[in-house]
Design a protein around this ligand. Structure first.
Ligand SMILES: C[S@@+](CC[C@H](N)C(=O)[O-])C[C@H]1O[C@@H](n2cnc3c(N)ncnc32)[C@H](O)[C@@H]1O
Length: 413
């Protein structure tokens, strides 16, 4: 008989099961990872691991998620005529015998998820790789995807942008960064982690903004709403601002003039797109950014980027998207034409500002409308999806389909 594998919470497959539990992946995902831990079945050792490592975290204590998870594991073991450990039964008894409503989310609608970025052996050389090999970010978010104008949930593109930042930290190191539609604040936490010189997060929804600040503080990052310019040059300090695209004035936006602009899953509401494009066009305006750069932030303008494979990247090719041109050879559903190379933008090695926008294209008409508006505003959009691929730092997260996400840069023509 094959010896059972030792389950270690610091190494796969135990680490993947624990990380998935903390990120509140579906109970089907947990069951599948638990099976992987036991080489195909929920062994005694897997049950002990669940009791000692997963159930120990207050994250799931006494709630519906824990109840479902325990029930799923016990049902699986029983259905295979296996032996359910006393400890596991003991954990489940209160859920069976109590008439208490375990759905603790009802009142607040908020849950706490821990997103663990797992740096594997290939990325130990990466400056963003923590000595523990795991970067764990705690996030309060909502079960209701629409709460806070959708900003209180974790959307896939912000996971993608976070992986991008951690995979290519040199693009963001020492750069002033500004995010639009920041939601739960995960991207900002990663930017602070890789030591962007300045991080400004923004959102148009006030409840989202409050939740974002809560998340930053929970992760030991100071937030300020109204700081003097000089004091934001502190990587552990992230500024959170209320910025509805519709009402943001040119003057207000020109105060920021960041080197890098970011946006995750912000292309979805056609009525907001003209305003989003206007905000991007002002933030990307070259003249002001050159003036600012001349004042002293050029020091990072020629940062070399080391790719995930450890090789210096000097010729990343971007595809420039054009709403009006069509390319019959394109494999994409939307109009696309390859008209040039955008090396510097992809590498963040230019003085002109660049925006990194990650998006799931849910509606092709909305996306084409975005391209058309960008063209009218003299913005160039390049598709970097196949050239700037982040490392898979969330291997346990089966709810996250990275292949559905596209990465674009936006620059001013
Ligand atoms: C789908 S969520 C994405 C949130 C986050 N970037 C993520 O990927 O998890 C869209 C975000 O854009 C913000 N947003 C939508 N319309 C906006 C507007 N007109 N002005 C400013 N923010 C807006 C929402 O409040 C929300 O936080």
């Amino acid at each position: 008989m094959m010896a059972e594998r030792e389950l270690d919470p610091k190494a796969p497959p135990g680490l993947h099961l624990l990380s998935a539990f903390l990120a509140m992946e579906t109970t089907d995902t947990l069951l599948s990872l638990a099976r992987e831990c036991g080489g195909g079945k929920i062994t005694d050792e897997v049950q002990t691991f669940i009791c000692n490592e997963c159930l120990d975290f207050s994250i799931g204590k006494g709630n519906e998620y824990m109840k479902k998870f325990l029930k799923k594991i016990i049902t699986e073991v029983e259905s295979r005529n296996g032996y359910v450990s006393d400890d596991l039964y003991e954990e489940y008894v209160p859920y069976m015998t109590s008439s208490k409503d375990f759905n603790l989310f009802k009142e607040t609608g908020r849950i706490l998820k821990c997103i663990s970025f797992l740096f594997h052996a290939d990325c130990v050389e990466l400056s963003s790789c923590p000595s523990s090999r795991n970067l764990v970010v705690e996030l309060q978010c909502s079960l209701n995807m629409l709460e806070g104008d959708t900003g209180c949930s974790i959307w896939p593109s912000c996971l993608f942008l976070s992986e991008l930042i951690l995979s290519f930290p040199h693009i963001f190191l020492g750069k002033s960064c500004f995010e639009v539609g920041s939601g739960v604040g995960l991207v900002g936490i990663c930017l602070a982690y890789v030591k962007a010189s300045k991080v400004i997060l923004s959102d148009g929804d006030l409840s989202t903004l409050a939740n974002m600040k809560f998340n930053l503080e929970m992760n030991h990052i100071n937030t300020e709403t109204d700081l003097p310019e000089t004091s934001t040059e502190n990587p552990k300090l992230v500024k959170c601002i209320h910025l509805p695209w519709e009402s943001a004035s040119e003057k207000e936006l020109q105060e920021f003039m960041p080197e890098i602009i970011l946006g995750a899953d912000v292309i979805y509401d056609p009525s907001c797109l003209p305003h989003l494009i206007r905000v991007l066009a002002i933030l990307l305006s070259k003249k002001k950014s050159c003036d600012k750069n001349q004042k002293g932030s050029l020091r990072n303008s020629s940062t070399e980027v080391t790719c995930a494979d450890g090789k210096a990247n000097s010729s990343s090719q971007g595809q420039v998207l054009n709403a009006h041109g069509s390319d019959s050879s394109s494999s994409h559903a939307y109009d696309i034409s390859i008209t040039g190379v955008n090396n510097a933008a992809s590498l963040g090695s230019r003085a002109d500002p660049v925006a990194y926008i990650a998006s799931v294209i849910r509606n092709i008409d909305t996306f084409n409308h975005f391209l058309a508006l960008a063209d009218q505003a003299n913005l160039t959009i390049s598709d970097l999806t196949s050239t700037l691929r982040p490392l898979d730092l969330l291997p346990y997260m089966r709810s996250y389909d990275r292949s559905s996400i596209r990465l674009f840069t936006v620059t001013s023509k």
